[in-house]
Design a protein around this ligand. Structure first.
Ligand code: ADP
Length: 542
């Protein structure tokens, strides 16, 4: 027997309608590409998103079409997000930090029909435009500008377009399993892979992140998402913010510490979200200017492990609670967040700090397990000590990559994250290592395998390994460990120069260490773990 309750599909359009109706005058503060500030509100964002939905229809975009954005966190980007997904198209957010070949690959792979871009990325658009196969319209997220038109003659301007269209638009109703947005993630080797979210997964994830034991977001918050909208949808915050109707402070291109401290103090930000590198910049700027960031009650740290010293500084110098969270593109991203249980309240500060340094526990909606490193479906003990492969399942977890028919899951239906971790009896997660060959520098991935393969292509190198070394500013940086060919005369400068025309500048290793041998496993694989133990700290004192 079925229940007798209404059924309504979980659609993203209902979130912007809710914000527009019940939080109409709640402010949205946005820093533009020219650093000027626009003050708008949920009512106007809703209306403009409807205007832009009309624009998309007039351009001939259809249900399921991919509409790409290359943009900062700003109000036009926010409006266009709701227009795209709300009208049944797929919002494909592109990371402008990818190098041009990868950008061309993902735009063609996604078959994007329209590209929306901020002026900052004009040179990038100009460079890749001739290689794009599917894009029919280029829209600059700004007011008309002759200088942009000169570079991209067929460009249209967002402000012009929405002024020409009505704010009357009826959001279409469709299946909640319809795709809503697309985000590419770097693989260890080869091309990036797309993760295609649905309306249902996005709405459920939004409920998940607002819960008190997750990020605890409410209509009383003033939220600063520093994490870019092209990084797993700014961790889902633009959706969650509309769901609860909080104020958003969108930092645009101002991601340096001084700009962030100013935004926090000027707009009384209560909660901010970003990767550790961002927080280090903020701490330095605040310590220099002497601000106590008084309004900031909590900050969410994810993307990389939060250094203990950083958590202490936030608490002791700024009276700000750090919420440590773990997730990935494939998990929407919220997998865990660290909040106490009632039984922890009486613990000492030191014991509490130890809990807060873990990545926390899963909200209802996702489930975690640890399996042994050999047999990837054999679950091991939740004792907080035994580490293994971290696997996840749930309402907002990937099933298969975009355009790939094969499942991305284990035989028994879990997604293997490539992280090595422990879980304790209460489900608190502690990430200890990574089995995937990737280095995370300032929140962006670098493939160690690709750097190794390039090094191996150098005529004077016999063997090469690239490891993630801990770095005080960037969390991790690549270090190349190489064996020279017999009698080869090779310097660090020569090999670093060799990378210059092969990878983006920020991906070139920070250091080269020449060795006589690299430890190998029984099957001949390089033992990266041993190398990390030996050389993982070489950048700390340099
Ligand atoms: P994001 O854009 O959120 O960083 P990615 O998919 O690029 O998502 O990266 C996910 C990976 O980042 C995880 O598998 C893990 O290796 C690492 N990561 C994310 N959060 C944390 C954390 N709190 N502590 C340690 N590693 C983390």
């Amino acid at each position: 027997m079925l229940g007798n309750m209404m059924f309504q599909p979980l659609l993203i359009s209902s979130m912007i309608e809710h914000a527009g109706r019940y939080h109409s005058d709640t402010l949205i503060i946005s820093k533009n590409t020219d650093l000027s500030i626009t003050e708008t509100n949920w009512g106007k964002v809703r209306n403009n998103s409807k205007r832009f939905a009309n624009v998309l229809n007039s351009l001939g975009a259809k249900l399921g079409d991919r509409i790409a954005t290359i943009a900062w966190n700003n109000h036009r980007h926010l409006e266009s997000w709701y227009a795209i997904s709300g009208s049944g198209m797929v919002c494909h957010t592109i990371n402008p930090r990818l190098f041009p070949e990868q950008l061309v690959f993902i735009i063609n792979d996604a078959n994007d029909k329209v590209i929306l871009f901020d002026k900052t990325f004009l040179p990038l658009i100009k460079a890749v435009k001739p290689m794009l196969k599917s894009v029919e319209h280029f829209i600059c997220l700004d007011a008309p500008d002759a200088a942009v038109k000169e570079q991209v003659p067929d460009v249209q301007f967002y402000d012009d377009l929405i002024a020409q269209h009505s704010e009357q638009f009826a959001w279409p109703e469709f299946d909640e399993l319809t795709a809503s947005s697309l985000c590419y993630t770097s693989g260890t080797t080869g091309n990036p892979k797309g993760v295609l979210y649905s309306h249902r997964s996005t709405v459920l994830h939004s409920y998940g992140i607002c819960m008190p034991d997750s990020l605890n977001i409410s209509a009383r918050d003033i939220m600063l998402p520093v994490v870019p909208m092209f990084h797993v949808n700014a961790w889902g915050t633009p959706y969650a913010a509309a769901m609860v109707g909080c104020t958003m402070v969108l930092p645009g291109p101002g991601l340096d510490g001084v700009s962030l401290a100013n935004m926090i103090d000027t707009y009384k930000v209560s909660v901010a979200l970003g990767v550790p590198t961002i927080w280090q910049g903020l701490i330095n700027a605040a310590q220099q200017s002497g601000t106590k960031l008084e309004s900031l009650k909590r900050n969410v740290v994810g993307g990389s492990a939060c250094p203990p010293a950083m958590m202490k500084v936030f608490k002791e110098q700024f009276d700000c609670e750090t919420i440590h969270a773990w997730g990935m593109t494939e998990t929407s991203p919220l997998g865990t967040s660290c909040q106490f249980k009632a039984k922890h309240q009486h613990l000492s500060d030191e014991e509490k700090l130890q809990i807060r340094l873990s990545q926390g526990r899963p909200p209802f909606g996702v489930d975690l397990r640890i399996t042994d490193e050999e047999k990837s479906t054999h679950e091991i003990e939740r004792d907080g000590k035994t580490s293994g492969n971290l696997q996840i399942k749930g309402h907002w977890i990937i099933q298969n990559y975009f355009g790939k028919a094969e499942s991305a899951l284990t035989a028994d239906g879990w997604f293997d994250t490539g992280d090595i971790a422990t879980l304790n009896e209460d489900g608190y997660l502690k990430i200890s290592d990574r089995s995937k060959d990737l280095i995370k520098s300032g929140g962006e991935w670098i493939s160690s395998v690709e750097l190794e393969n390039m090094a191996m292509g150098h005529p004077k190198i016999a063997m090469a390994a690239v490891i993630a070394a801990i770095h005080p500013k960037w969390d991790e940086r690549p270090v190349l460990i190489a064996i020279k060919k017999p009698d080869a005369d090779l310097s660090e400068i020569e090999i670093l120069g060799y990378y210059a025309d092969k990878v983006a500048k920020w991906q070139i290793p920070d250091k080269v260490i020449f060795v006589d041998s690299i430890p190998l496993s029984g099957t001949g694989k390089m033992l990266k773990k041993d190398l990390r133990e030996q050389y993982g700290n070489v950048l700390l004192n340099s």
